[in-house]
Design a protein around this ligand. Structure first.
Ligand code: NAD
Length: 482
């Protein structure tokens, strides 16, 4: 038995946040969760006070010193200058795993997939959410998609550990590695490697596009899905909608020292202050928090009472259906109904059992392979001579110093020189690939000479990417048509 109550940071958030947080805290209290709360202010009011991150330094201190954080949704101000607070919290606190269960509660909540019961484990810090974006030419913008071996290994191992702890049978990896062979390809490869350590759990791979289509049409076929950040974001909203309502889903953001628990939905400003919001998403998140801190028994009591409430047909407006529901209630009455049923077991819906506690996987560094610089991609902003790739190619060939050869030029990834097609559309953004003329390695000084020569010949270099081989294997993709 824990002598000291666990300390929990609580943020009441914006919009419906305060209403559903009050409901969740009332249920936790009535269920005897024995928690000690420290409240922080985040979101709209803090943005208005001039903190562009939406959080004050004092609040950071509180969040960092408590092991768990129950967070109501906040409103993200529209327009430039503000970064998403959710993304900032996840990344600053190293909350590497986003765990989003989606389950159908048919026939009590309308869903066309009564057998659906899956968990999406989403990588939470990398991918396009690294937020590194640039405009490089008048016509072209870019975002960097970062996928790392340690990040991929950690989230994939987390998915298998989670499956084992919660008695799940299968982990499905979803990527787009037929197109992004290096980034998504790394995730897929690491998945195949890690799966070897879990022979008791079935492992399968699906391309994300057909995988998402199957998730929408046949969600019963999935158990645990592990995927990259952006895909996971989209898939989990699809999954919770297919299950019945986004308003029902909770989400855990797991880190090594701090973990954050929240509803999947936003601050719903359209219904704020009316007392009609469904508190279930945040309540579900609160049960994930309880399981995480080893209070699975209290989580079971709350979740079973919640299932009983659904079975009684006591429903908030978002899930109310004529014929299915008995009473249309607001936030307070729904919360009272859950509290009244604490200690009861559902008769038709399957009661929950939370035997496992927290799942956590340490970060691991991979061994460093041998790395060899073999060339460089030089990106130019170039709009002259009718944007004729052959003119650009001929000009660059003339200015290329000894020791280098121009291998190809691409525009938006498609090879346009040599031997491009006249139909290919060209923007002002050109990627020019130079390799060592003898097929061997080059030095950093060779790169500087090449760039100086290009600049002296009048070309505007806007960025470069080094081309490395790792243990003899190219660490860069071919141009389309190369
Ligand atoms: P939303 O999830 O707030 O609302 C979408 C729709 O679902 C609305 O019609 C809303 O009334 C309804 N809804 C949502 N939660 C409900 C609940 N518990 N009960 C009943 N109905 C519910 O999404 P949005 O309108 O796109 O976003 C509103 C704000 O929330 C934006 O500022 C957005 O940036 C923010 N947001 C925050 C988080 C978060 O803090 N984790 C997540 C998503 C969106």
């Amino acid at each position: 038995m824990n002598a000291e109550p666990t300390k929990v940071t609580v943020a009441h958030g914006d919009g419906i946040g305060p209403e559903i947080m009050e409901a969740a805290l009332r249920v936790l209290e009535a269920a005897g969760a024995d928690l000690q709360y420290e409240t922080v202010e985040i979101g709209e009011k803090v943005f208005d006070q001039g903190h562009t991150s939406g959080i004050s330094p004092e609040s950071w201190d509180v969040i960092r010193r408590n092991p768990v954080f129950l967070k109501a949704p906040i409103t993200t101000p529209q327009g430039g200058g503000f970064k998403s607070l959710n993304v900032t919290i996840r990344k600053s606190l190293n909350l590497y795993a986003n765990v989003r269960p989606s389950k159908s509660f048919a026939p009590y909540v309308a869903s066309s997939h009564p057998g659906m019961n899956l968990v999406i484990v989403r990588e939470n810090e990398e991918d396009l959410y690294a937020g590194i974006e640039h405009q490089q030419t008048p016509e072209v913008t870019q975002v960097l998609k970062l996928v790392t071996r340690p990040g991929s290994e950690r989230i994939i191992r987390y998915a298998f550990e989670y499956a084992r702890a919660y008695g799940r049978q299968k982990v499905t990896c979803m990527t787009k590695d037929n197109i992004m062979k290096i980034t998504d390809g790394l995730f897929h490869r690491v998945f195949d490697e890690v799966a070897q350590d879990y022979p008791d759990i079935e492992a399968e791979n699906q391309i994300i596009d057909i995988g998402a289509a199957r998730l929408a049409a046949q969600p019963e076929a999935f158990d645990v899905i592990v995927t990259l950040n952006l895909y996971g974001d989209i898939l989990s909203d699809i999954a919770s909608q297919v299950a019945g309502s986004v308003g029902l889903a909770g989400s855990a953001n797991i880190g090594e020292t701090v973990s954050m628990f929240e509803a999947v939905h936003g601050s719903a400003p359209d219904i704020a202050g009316r007392g009609v919001a469904n508190p279930s998403g945040l309540l579900w998140a609160a049960t994930q928090l309880l399981v995480h801190i080893g209070k699975g028994d209290v989580a079971e009591t709350i979740k079973n009472a919640w299932l009983c409430t659904l079975e009684s047909g006591i429903h908030t407006g978002d899930i109310y259906r004529e014929g299915l529901s008995q009473h249309r209630v607001g936030t307070d009455a729904f919360t009272d109904a859950v509290i009244d049923r604490l200690g009861q077991t559902p008769r038709h819906l399957r009661p929950v059992q939370y035997r496992a506690g927290a799942v956590n996987v340490p970060a691991r560094k991979a061994p460093r392979p041998q790395k060899e610089l073999v060339g460089i991609d030089v990106f130019l902003d170039w709009s002259e001579e009718g944007r004729d790739p052959n003119s650009l190619g001929a000009g660059l060939e003339r200015s290329t110093p000894d020791g280098w050869k121009l291998k190809m030029i691409t525009n938006r990834g498609v090879k346009v020189y040599p031997d491009g097609l006249p139909e290919t559309f060209s923007t002002d953004h050109w990627r020019c690939r130079f390799l060592a003329s003898d097929g061997g390695s080059v030095s950093f000084n060779d790169v500087l000479s090449l760039l100086a020569a290009a600049s002296e010949a009048g070309y505007e270099v806007i960025k470069t990417e080094h081309l490395y081989n790792f243990d003899g294997e190219p660490g860069y993709s071919l141009g389309q048509g190369e």
